[in-house]
Design a protein around this ligand. Structure first.
Ligand SMILES: C[S@@+](CC[C@H](N)C(=O)[O-])C[C@H]1O[C@@H](n2cnc3c(N)ncnc32)[C@H](O)[C@@H]1O
Ligand code: SF4
Length: 471
């Protein structure tokens, strides 16, 4: 997806509590379209093989992005909605790597050798659960099987839980080739940390940041969550002040998704300590005010970045994308998902690996690709994906851009959707003309509601129950 025409400088979202309350429905985060709810069990390893083969052989080889999932965490944070395995037993990591290496061999065989890896992301769980030797083995295996672009061109990222770092860990990660880091922080307030079972003194975060700066990483991102138990507008304002002083290049401020029926550990959260709806909105409002005042740009959907960061640059250049890691500058790549529960996006398919260790190990040991479900996107899926992702990345869309790429008359194809957009127009969230859809500052925080108008799978309300609230 590349966008033509002038891309306006980002305007901060305008906070309108009344509107936010009114549009407070469950909805997808659109890290893919169709979303994972549409993945089907009859998409198997054979279907994946076809996709992989079709993605090869282009005159200019499509570059690759690798996502590797390391599921282990030594302790559990009660709020966590990630796909993880809580254990202190280090032997589990060795067993996991054994299987991951087997999968990497199988996957690497599917893709032409001239396809360069431009992006690598180690996520979790907690990738830094692996010790120094294990991380070194993992990177050696990666380099043996894939061709990685040089450090100046590739984005090689790892999620770090600062509590897991040893004194020389950060230097070692840089030596292994990682050049981007994202730090899990969530909240610096001790009361909040206690309530979520994640004790992480500020000094631990500060010393991780100092080491990352010293070792010359290209970018530092941090994760915060608003809506956690015992958080108040005042306490979160103090957290933000201290985080802003650390000057991360990117900041994710996630809305706490409380779905205790789906994520069992969330049942340990005292619901009476969760901030009420009004306080939660105030926290969000002050986060936007403080970050904007500190020169962070709102990228969209929980993400902020400093103007010099590559996300802001990509936005200005019209090359910003959205995928499973949130926003990305490398949408031109095919994404290979490796490890338990990983999702890949190859050509016109999404494919997800087996979601438990047992099923993942069983398939890989039998010499089979561990693909469990997925979807081959139809032309309609791809067209709608382009519309939704363009709105999410740029807050605007030119129908002629879609008509150029697809053989459709935009407003004929989306006649019903145009009717659905009317309410947003009336409420001042959106401007809709024949030749431009523009999300106005009041609509920016509600961008996923707007995207939902183009989602053809959301017609029945049951589907929405699987998702969390927008804000
Ligand atoms: C895999 S973790 C990051 C790496 C490492 N495990 C850590 O916690 O430091 C990914 C991020 O997801 C976010 N997250 C997890 N559960 C969440 C929830 N229920 N609602 C919103 N964000 C959540 C947190 O901000 C967390 O840092
Ligand atoms: S937030 Fe990170 S460390 Fe905490 S349980 Fe989730 S994945 Fe593990």
């Amino acid at each position: 997806m590349r966008v033509n025409g002038d891309i306006k400088p980002t305007e901060p979202p305008l906070f309108d509590a009344e509107l936010i309350r009114r549009y407070d429905v469950n909805g997808p985060r659109y890290t893919s379209y169709p979303t994972a709810l549409q993945f089907r069990g009859d998409f198997d390893a054979d279907a994946y093989l076809v996709c992989a083969q079709e993605s090869n052989g282009d005159p200019i080889p499509t570059p690759l992005s690798l996502y590797m999932h390391i599921p282990f965490c030594a302790t559990v944070c009660f709020y966590c909605a990630c796909n993880k395995v809580v254990t202190r037993n280090r032997r589990h990591a060795a067993e996991y790597l054994h299987h991951l290496f087997l999968e990497m061999e199988m996957q690497a065989r599917l893709f032409d050798a001239d396809r360069t890896v431009e992006q690598l992301h180690l996520g979790g769980g907690t990738p830094t659960f692996l010790d120094a030797d294990q991380l070194a083995q993992l990177m050696a295996q990666t380099r043996r099987l894939f061709h990685l672009a040089p450090d100046t061109e590739g984005e090689y990222a790892i999620e770090i839980d600062p509590r897991t770092l040893r004194p020389d860990s950060v230097a070692q990660l840089r030596q292994l080739g990682f050049n981007r880091v994202s730090l899990g922080v969530q909240d610096l307030d001790e009361d909040v940390q206690q309530a979520v079972n994640r004790i992480q003194p500020e000094e631990v975060t500060l010393s991780a940041v100092a080491a990352i700066r010293k070792e010359g990483f290209h970018s530092l991102a941090m994760d915060l969550i608003y809506g956690l138990p015992r958080q108040t507008p005042d306490s979160f304002a103090r957290t933000l002040e201290r985080i802003i002083a650390m000057r991360p290049d990117r900041l994710s401020v996630f809305n706490y998704a409380h779905l205790p029926h789906r994520f069992k550990t969330q049942q340990q959260i005292d619901e009476s300590a969760l901030p009420g709806a009004e306080d939660k909105l105030r926290i969000l409002q002050l986060a936007i005010t403080q970050l904007t005042a500190a020169r962070y740009e709102y990228i969209g959907m929980d993400h902020f970045a400093l103007p010099g960061d590559s996300l802001c640059q990509a936005r200005r250049a019209g090359t910003l994308h959205r995928n499973f890691q949130g926003y990305s500058t490398r949408g031109n790549c095919d994404l290979i998902g490796l490890g338990m529960s990983s999702i890949g996006q190859i050509d016109n398919c999404y494919a997800q690996n087996a979601r438990t260790l047992e099923s993942y190990y069983a398939l890989v040991s039998a010499g089979r690709l561990p693909v469990e479900r997925g979807i081959v996107c139809s032309a309609d899926d791809r067209l709608r994906r382009q519309v939704i992702m363009t709105l999410l990345c740029y807050f605007s869309l030119r129908p002629t851009d879609i008509e150029r790429d697809w053989d459709v008359v935009f407003w004929d194809y989306f006649a019903r959707e145009r009717q659905r957009l009317e309410a947003f127009v009336t409420d001042g969230l959106l401007r809709v003309d024949d030749d431009l859809i523009e999300v106005l500052p009041r609509g920016r925080l509600l961008i996923r509601n707007i995207c939902m108008a183009f989602d053809q799978y959301l017609r029945d309300s049951d589907q929405q129950q699987g998702f969390s609230k927008a804000l």
